[in-house]
Design a protein around this ligand. Structure first.
Ligand code: FAD
Length: 406
């Protein structure tokens, strides 16, 4: 077993949240070590929407320009109904006085992480150790001892602060014995992507379609460059096996339900995956010298695209708070404030709104569904009400709410 003293801050997980936290700390002169279980950055079909306040924050750490060069800026998004078609078309430019980024940016999460890694390494203050899976932590006086399994066996490091940015199944959270309160939905979600161009049917680059059986969310993603791909998320009921949901006919049927095409049409499929969905929030984001951020601290269904965005909001807030504490500019109350602000923003905004979005999309009662459509049409037609609606859906209100927590 190798053992050594590490930097004052250790971060578990080189996902977007871990890397952004390390970058913010390094920009304030604080060194850290990031350990990542995988042999390199992970690539999968995950987050892909960045909301205006997130872009503002990423601009603040020097990342936004590179993202904008790769991503698709989406000014309009649509609320649709599978039977009725277009219900409302939202114009994010109504937020132009609220943010310098009045649009959503679509960019695959796995295309953001290489940009982050390069910025993190160029600071010269961050040691990123791939292929090391965090296992356990032990309190040793005022230090923490962290152990990880690496290719050469067990490695231990001593550190002052440990940040769990190791995703929804966070081993850091479990080691610190922090409860992950909430529930798991019975249905799973399927994510698939196709080269079929939904714009030919009048779709904007982002659309949410309500339907009592097959609601869906559609995103145009940049992929490796034009023409890009269309990604669809839809529910898979608990009775359908994973094999069936991942088989071609299931996806073909799902796409045909949207396009209205008959069985003779087959769409080109590029990716398909299926995953379980949870609504859970850690009861504390700070326990002594252990801090949680991103999916390690909270998970939610993807309707609204809040998961990674709120994780990035955590990372920026935590990076600044911890830098002040390590530099002795503020006491540890800065970390308690991080805990209060980010925990409340998640519980009162991300959880509530993502659950409401899901319920609205899958509403089975035809009367309630019709009422909901009418409401959306009315709000969208009035620029003042539409702006209010967009302040919420774009997470601007989430940030304002978090900042108002003392
Ligand atoms: C299908 C899907 C679609 C989504 N769509 C959206 C969307 O449109 N918008 C949005 O905002 N969010 C979306 N999300 C959520 C988003 O992907 C997550 O919120 C985001 O990945 C969280 O980032 P993170 O850095 O906290 O965790 P992760 O990205 O999960 O990174 C955690 C890292 O920690 C590593 N790790 C785990 N355990 C250990 C260990 N013991 N030791 C060392 N390393 C470890 C992992 O290998 C991983 O690299 C989606 C999620 C899924 C699954």
């Amino acid at each position: 077993m190798q053992s050594s003293i590490g930097p004052a801050v250790m971060i578990v997980g080189a996902g977007p949240v871990g890397l952004i936290t390390a970058l913010v700390l390094a920009q304030q002169g604080i060194a850290s070590r990031v350990i990542e279980a995988a042999p390199g950055l992970t690539i999968d079909l995950r987050a892909g929407t960045f909301h205006p306040p997130t872009l503002e924050m990423l601009d603040g750490i020097g990342i936004a320009t590179e993202m904008l060069a790769l991503g698709i800026a989406v000014r309009y998004w649509q609320s649709r109904d599978l039977q009725e078609g277009l219900v409302a078309e939202w114009d994010l430019d109504l937020l132009r006085k609220d943010t310098p980024y009045p649009y959503r940016l679509h960019l695959e999460q796995h295309r953001l992480t290489p940009i982050l890694l390069q910025h993190v390494l160029s600071t010269g203050l961050v040691d990123v150790v791939f292929g090391h899976r965090f296992e356990a932590l032990h309190n040793q006086g005022d230090q923490l001892e962290v152990s990880a399994q690496g290719p050469q066996g067990l490695v231990t490091w001593k550190t002052q602060w440990l940040i769990g940015a190791d995703g929804g199944r966070s081993q850091v959270r479990k080691s610190a014995d922090i409860k992950f309160a909430g529930y798991t939905w019975p249905e799973r979600y399927s994510v698939l992507s196709t080269t079929f161009d939904f714009a030919t049917l009048g779709y904007r680059e982002n659309a949410y379609m309500s339907d009592p059986v097959q609601w869906s969310a559609l995103f145009k993603m940049p992929d490796e460059g034009p023409p890009g791909l269309w990604r669809m998320t839809l529910p898979v009921d608990p009775e359908t096996s994973e094999d069936e949901a991942l088989a071609g006919p299931y996806a073909q049927h799902a796409i045909r339900r949207i396009t209205g095409a008959d069985d003779s049409i087959t769409y080109p499929l590029v990716h398909q995956s299926i995953y379980s969905v949870h609504q859970r929030v850690a009861v504390r984001f700070r326990q002594g010298q252990v801090l949680l951020a991103g999916d390690a601290a909270h998970v939610n269904n993807p309707l609204g695209g809040f998961g990674l965005n709120s994780g990035i909001h955590d990372a920026i807030s935590l990076g600044h708070a911890l830098a002040r504490v390590v530099k002795g500019k503020e006491g540890e109350e800065a970390l308690d404030r991080y805990n209060r602000q980010r925990q409340q923003a998640n519980v009162t905004y991300v959880q509530e709104l993502s659950v409401r979005n899901k319920k609205n999309l899958e509403e089975k009662d035809p009367v309630l569904r019709a009422q909901r459509m009418q409401e959306l049409r009315t709000v969208c037609a009035d620029p003042i009400k539409a702006r209010d609606y967009l302040l919420n859906s774009s997470m601007i209100n989430s940030i304002r709410r978090a900042e108002s927590v003392a």
